[in-house]
Design a protein around this ligand. Structure first.
Ligand code: GCU
Length: 361
């Protein structure tokens, strides 16, 4: 039943190299991976510039109860201004880092946040700390505005009109710079770094994790159109609609695909597959028809080939559409459908953490 649903989407081939040969081995996948990143860069998100040589962090002074005695003394919390060189000069943006005292080195969530609030309604900080995870959160608009205005980071790089990075690419790049900084610390377990975001920032987390293999896990929450969901056959938001309202999230070339999903040389299962063989976790909400849970789920199924190639299970699912309350946590691709609306809820976080604890990732 699921395979028939997937076939009806008529997806472009993911496991054929540009030279026409089938992708059969993990070595072939390394080549295909580069091709897919190139394809998604050229046609969807734009090309990401080179990473800077180094990222430095300056910890802002704060009273002890905010810094060393945060959350009843469970954690060290710091606001840190990260800085790095760009072609247009030094760029800085603030990150809040909160590390539980419970472990010598804590696994971390790099969280791309809508707001500067900490905790935030999407980010239950104390619960996350109680599970032993650190959080490094930044507000996406401190990187560049969520509008056509090419300010802050956007103003510092030359940008090709057709293939230059859109805002999703810039926010994703910033999440990788947070990891660069975390590499300079000794209280973070770098083998267990996860990038996560909700909705447009779930799209961002996927594109970040696709490119940056230092993240051992990638979480997309309700990311929908041009995120986890297949564009072909999608209900709710479409490529035409997202391009009309948010053209600046993408590269210029993406505009030409409005209303032409069937002709696109890519679809979103390719984005998901770029996390392989690391752990991917896609979350949907039952009432979120704008994002389209079924298209997110089928995308996970289509992406699974990339895990299978590595002799790993991809999405492990019965041959039926998912139901709320039955998260699928057995494969390299994890998925859950939650009851309720578009939101990054404590229910979602509970499953994310259960998955990380189970696989020690
Ligand atoms: C809009 C947009 C979505 C996006 C969402 C969000 O609804 O159409 O693509 O995911 O905003 O970021 O909350």
């Amino acid at each position: 039943m699921l395979m028939e649903k997937l076939e009806a989407r008529h997806l472009p081939q993911m496991m054929i190299l540009d030279n026409g040969h089938a992708v059969r081995t993990p070595d072939d996948w390394r080549i295909r991976r580069r091709e897919l990143i190139d394809l998604l860069s050229r046609e969807e998100y734009g090309y990401t510039p080179e990473a800077p040589e180094r990222v430095t962090g300056a910890i802002r002074p704060a009273p002890d109860q905010e810094m060393n005695r945060a959350f009843a003394g469970k954690a060290v919390q710091q606001t840190i201004d990260l800085s790095f060189d760009t072609p247009g000069g030094v760029f800085s943006f603030p990150v809040i880092l909160c590390v539980p005292r419970s472990a010598a080195k804590a696994p971390v969530f790099v969280y791309i946040a809508f707001r500067r609030d900490f905790p935030d309604r999407y980010l239950p900080v104390e619960e996350i700390l109680d599970h032993g995870f650190a959080i490094a959160a930044f507000c996406y608009e401190d990187v560049t505005a969520d509008s056509a205005c090419m300010n802050r980071l956007a103003a510092l790089y030359p940008r090709d009109e057709k293939t230059g990075w859109g805002k999703i690419g810039m926010w994703a790049f910033a999440a990788s710079r947070v990891l660069d900084y975390l590499e300079t610390r000794d209280d973070i377990d770098l083998t267990r770094a996860c990038v996560s975001g909700h909705s447009r920032l779930g799209k961002t987390a996927l594109w970040c994790g696709a490119q940056d293999e230092r993240f051992s896990m990638v979480i997309s929450n309700d990311s929908g159109c041009c995120g986890a969901a297949l564009s072909r056959g999608k209900i709710g938001e479409t490529v035409a609609r997202i391009n009309a309202v948010f053209p600046y999230w993408f590269c210029g070339n993406h505009l030409k695909w409005s209303g032409r999903e069937g002709e696109m040389p890519f679809d979103q299962h390719m984005l998901l597959a770029l996390t392989a063989p690391r752990r991917l976790y896609v979350c949907s909400a039952e009432e979120d028809s704008w994002a389209d849970p079924e298209s997110e789920f089928l995308s996970c199924l289509a992406a699974s080939e990339a895990w299978q190639l590595h002799r790993l299970a991809g999405l492990v699912t019965p041959d039926a559409l998912p139901v709320p309350g039955s998260p699928l946590l057995d494969g390299g691709v994890c998925y859950h459908l939650r009851t309720g609306a578009h939101f990054h809820s404590r229910t979602d976080w509970g499953y994310h953490m259960a998955c990380r604890e189970r696989f020690r990732i």
